[in-house]
Ligand binder design. Structure first.
Ligand SMILES: [Cu+2]
Length: 120
């Protein structure tokens, strides 16, 4: 009997996995909200309001007037003191302490006087 030592050469299959080949299969979510226009944000909407108040500060040459005004219904404003821009010509003859009736255009950030007149 011959014993043939059998040496099993184990063949290591060194499978090289260098170079990660991950599939780029990330799902890109469709952002439909981004495509939809945002209502009311496309353009500044100018609102017109009317009120009465007292002039607390005025600079005719700069075209600035500060009013302590009452409610302005059209803009849903409570009474407050705030500054407005105005054409200097509109402010001629008006001084601090005067009671005034006025109208403004409000663009969402700033108010511009369109009419202003002293009241008794
Ligand atoms: Cu105000």
């Amino acid at each position: 009997m011959r014993k043939t030592p059998y040496i099993a050469a184990s063949l290591a299959l060194a499978a090289s996995v260098a170079g990660c080949g991950k599939a780029e299969d990330k799902a890109i979510p469709a952002n439909k909200a981004e495509a939809a226009p945002i209502a009311g944000m496309a353009a500044a909407e100018v609102k017109h309001g009317k009120g009465t108040g007292t002039v607390t500060a005025i600079d005719v040459s700069k075209g600035e007037v500060t009013l302590d005004h009452g409610k302005i219904a059209e803009l849903q404003w409570p009474p407050m003191e705030m500054g407005f821009a105005a054409d200097p010509a509109l402010l001629a003859g008006i001084k601090a302490g005067d009671r005034v009736a006025f109208e403004i255009d409000w663009n969402g950030r700033t108010g511009t006087i369109t009419k202003i007149a002293r009241t008794p």
